[in-house]
Design a protein around this ligand. Sequence first.
Ligand SMILES: Nc1nc2c(ncn2[C@@H]2O[C@H](COP(=O)(O)OP(=O)(O)OP(=O)(O)O)[C@@H](O)[C@H]2O)c(=O)[nH]1
Ligand SMILES: [Mg+2]
Length: 235
Amino acid sequence: MHDTPAKSKERALRIGIAGPVGTGKSSVIAALCRGLSTEFSLGVITNDIYTDEDARFLRSEGVLPGERIRAVETGACPHTAIRDDVTMNLIAIEDLERDFAPLDIVLVESGGDNLTATFSPALVDAQMFVLDVAGGGDVARKGGPGIARADLLVVNKIDLAEHVDVDVDQMVADAENARDGGPVLALSRKRPETVGHLCDWVRQLHRAYIGGTHTAIDPGPMAPHSHPHPHTTDH
Ligand SMILES: Nc1nc2c(ncn2[C@@H]2O[C@H](COP(=O)(O)OP(=O)(O)OP(=O)(O)O)[C@@H](O)[C@H]2O)c(=O)[nH]1
Ligand SMILES: [Mg+2]
C-alpha cells in the first residue's frame, strides 16, 4: 500500500489521468503543463500499449522540454501497468525525479482504456478520470470506480455539447450524483476559464499534499473482464 501522506517535499506529487480512449487525457496534460510550468517543476509519464505516441504528441506541443516527457510502453493491457504491476511506471517516475530533481508534480497518463480502469494508490497520490461529452450524456450516470471515486471527474470537450445533443449541466449533475457530490469539472481547451479551474484544482491539491492534509484514496479495482488474446485473465 501507499505510504502515509507526504509531510514534506520529499518527492513530487503524482497525479494519474485515466479515462476511455480519446476523451482528452493528453490534452488535459498539455493544458496543465501550459498553465502550471512557470509555477511548478513538472514531469510527464505516458502509457501507450505499443507506441510512444502520447509522449510524441506532448513533445510536439512544446508544453515542456522534451526530456521531461517519458513514455512507458505497456504491452497488451494498459490498465495492468497502472494498477496491478506498477513497476515500469514507478521506475520511469523515479528516473524522471532523479534527472530533474526537485520535481514538484509528475503527471501520469494511462493508456486509453475502458470505463473502469483506475490507478493504484501505490503509483499515484491522486487521480482524475476524464470523460467527454462525445461519449454521450449517459456515461456519467453509469458509474464505475473511476467515475464514482477518482479525486476529480473531468467532463471534457464541452464545446462540442451542442453538436452531440448533450446537456452539460445535466451531465455534470448526473456525475455529481454518481460521486456523492465529489468534484466534477466541465472542461474545454477552447474555454480558458475552465482550464483555469483545472489548474486551480491542481494548485489546491499540491498545497494539501505539501501540507500533509491530502490522503491518497483507492477508487477500487476495475470491473472483472477478460481478454481473448494474448491472455485470458481476471484482474
Ligand atoms: N473539441 C474539442 N476537442 C478536444 C478537446 N480536448 C481534446 N480534444 C480532441 O480530442 C481528440 C483526443 O484527444 P487526446 O488528448 O489525444 O485524447 P486521449 O484521451 O489522450 O487519447 P488516447 O491517449 O488515445 O486515449 C484529439 O483530436 C483532440 O484534439 C476539447 O476540449 N474540445
Ligand atoms: Mg493520450
